[in-house]
Design a protein around this ligand. Structure first.
Ligand code: UDP
Ligand code: MN
Length: 262
């Protein structure tokens, strides 16, 4: 049932919180029947928290440093993995039986509730190394047991890329070969970078995109937008953002999120 299923995202600061606001609105606009949960860090300001509370069903503060639990201990051994430990916290949401994690820099373009038919751990290939999954969108089942094992894996093996994607690909190491049903179609996590690396494929299949992922250093909120002229400015030199998707993000931000701030 929908009540025990949720979309989950994470924002440790106000910049990523803006991403989470747009993501939440995009899920609502496409009439999801699932709960919406955002994990936030202590740095998120009160006004941003207020906006998130108007979009999300649950705004949950995660302070790994403050928690005094196994995550805190793991964090003391691996201080380099700060945000990663916060992301792994999503496995503690055991009042849900199944969840879909989505990075705060993703944007939903159609209803994707069918993802809940998938098993843990389902994800789409990473455009840079397709035998690894990209951890920007994944299906998982909250469980304290899995959470404990993940933290243990972190302290023992670390992360080969310094982030959550390295940990999760190590832990769910048979993803590439074990069960094809756990491979989400690429359209559920279309990173803008892939548009430029394989443009003919984008032209052929890009119209079916369900989720865009603004992966990389420059995020939509790093640009500036003139809502009257509907123009985006900022250096577009990095091939990280497709202009149409970037415009979709900003249009939603200015029409549906900004009004909640006042
Ligand atoms: N994140 C966050 N604060 C940070 C960095 C990351 O809350 O300072 C969260 C946020 O949900 C973000 C996700 O972790 O979408 C993964 O980071 P990012 O999207 O920047 O990585 P990329 O997808 O570009 O590899
Ligand atoms: Mn991301």
């Amino acid at each position: 049932m929908a009540a025990d299923q949720a979309f989950v995202t994470l924002a440790t600061n106000d910049s990523y919180a803006r991403g989470a606001m747009v993501l939440g609105k995009s899920l609502r606009n496409h009439n999801t029947t699932k709960k919406l949960v955002v994990l936030i860090g202590p740095q998120v300001s009160e006004p941003c928290k207020g906006v998130l509370q108007r979009i999300y069903d649950e705004v949950r503060m995660v302070d790994v440093l403050d928690s005094g639990d196994t995550a805190h201990l793991a964090m003391m051994k691996r201080p380099d993995l700060g945000v990663t430990f916060t992301k792994l916290h999503c496995w503690t949401l055991t009042h849900f039986s199944k969840c879909v994690f989505m990075d705060a820099d993703t944007l939903v373009l159609s209803n994707i509730d069918e993802l809940f038919e998938r098993k843990e751990l389902s994800a789409a290939p990473d455009p840079g190394w397709p035998d690894c999954f990209n951890s920007g969108v994944f299906v998982f089942c909250p469980s304290m047991e899995t959470y404990g094992k993940l933290l243990q894996y972190c302290t023992e093996h670390g992360s080969f890329d310094g982030g959550d994607q390295g940990i999760l690909n190590g832990f769910f190491g048979d993803w590439a070969t074990a069960d094809i049903s756990k491979h989400l179609p690429f359209v559920y996590n279309l990173s803008s970078i892939a548009i430029y690396t394989y443009l003919p494929a984008f032209k052929q299949y890009g119209g079916n995109a369900k989720v865009v992922h603004f992966l990389g250093k420059t995020k939509p909120w790093n640009y500036t937008f003139d809502p009257k002229a509907k123009r985006i400015s900022g250096s577009m030199t990095e091939a990280t953002s497709h202009p149409t998707f970037l415009m979709d993000w900003w249009t939603l931000y200015s029409s549906a999120v900004v009004p909640l701030m006042y």
